[in-house]
Design a protein around this ligand. Structure first.
Ligand SMILES: C[S@@+](CC[C@H](N)C(=O)[O-])C[C@H]1O[C@@H](n2cnc3c(N)ncnc32)[C@H](O)[C@@H]1O
Length: 255
């Protein structure tokens, strides 16, 4: 999927908050080698560089658009265009960090233990992923797909929720871990403007569906989805829209 950094960063403040919350739980004084997997436009990589200025920091992402923006945001980091599925560090990492990216990859029961194994002893894997796939914001994408003329073009993109439950990640990682801290937070996001939940998902999950359509069908799909969203997330009297969003966090130290 081709990413659009401008659409993604329309909500940069609420998107940054979970990364800051994750960062606050990482108990490392002076990691030497840090990797930011699915680094996107580099706005979170910049926070890693601010916290550990002496570290060598590498951002990995498979989107040329996102990496171009990242290189402008932070000149001091190294940027690698590669899929996380194929990535391995040249020498063991002290911190593997990933904010809002690993839900794009399949087979977590293999991926997560493999990432933990890429750490030096005592190194930390710190991950945040959305776990909002059962909420109307995402369920209504599937409903819109199935109830429109576009169904045959889009249905192949529907798949089970990509993020497992906290207990599942505990079971995957506990055999390799010295300590595991897993938690979930549901943020009550306060959004403004017209159809803000659609604008939110348009920067991420919705885009893969829109990319399959051409006008005027694309606009019709968007309008149909927006109509459903306005019922699920009705704007308040002052025009703001409340959008609860659940996220899963983990900070795992390698044994
Ligand atoms: C929602 S953005 C998050 C960006 C950044 N971590 C942040 O917090 O702002 C997800 C990023 O994951 C990247 N991504 C998705 N699948 C990937 C893969 N298989 N390998 C590398 N990057 C991937 C996308 O290109 C995108 O930049």
């Amino acid at each position: 999927m081709a990413w659009n950094p401008d659409q993604y960063l329309k909500f940069s403040e609420p998107r940054l908050r979970p990364a800051v919350d994750l960062l606050a739980r990482i108990d490392l004084t002076a990691p030497k080698r840090i990797y930011d997997l699915g680094c996107g436009a580099g706005n979170v990589t910049r926070l890693l560089a601010e916290r550990w200025p002496a570290a060598s920091i590498t951002g990995v992402d498979d989107s040329a658009e996102m990496l171009a923006q990242a290189a402008r945001a932070l000149g001091s980091a190294t940027w690698i265009r590669q899929s996380v599925a194929d990535w391995a560090p040249t020498s063991p990492a002290d911190l593997i960090f990933s904010n809002a990216a690993l839900h794009w990859l399949p087979q977590h029961e293999q991926l997560f233990p493999r990432l933990l194994a890429q750490l030096a002893q005592g190194g930390v894997l710190a991950v945040q992923m959305p776990r909002n796939f059962a909420a109307p914001s995402h369920a209504l994408i599937a409903e819109t797909v199935r109830q429109g003329a576009w169904r045959s073009k889009l249905e192949h993109l529907l798949r089970p929720a990509p993020v497992a439950g906290p207990n599942d990640y505990y079971a995957m990682l506990e055999p390799l871990a010295k300590s595991i801290d897993i938690w979930e937070t549901e943020y009550l996001q306060v959004l403004h403007g017209a159809d803000p939940v659609k604008e939110w998902t348009k920067g991420t999950w919705l885009k893969q569906f829109l990319d399959e359509l051409v006008e005027p069908e694309r606009a019709e799909f968007e309008a149909d989805y927006a109509r459903r969203l306005r019922i699920a997330y009705p704007p308040l009297a002052d025009g703001t829209t409340l959008f609860p969003f659940r996220r899963l966090f983990m900070v795992v130290r390698r044994a």
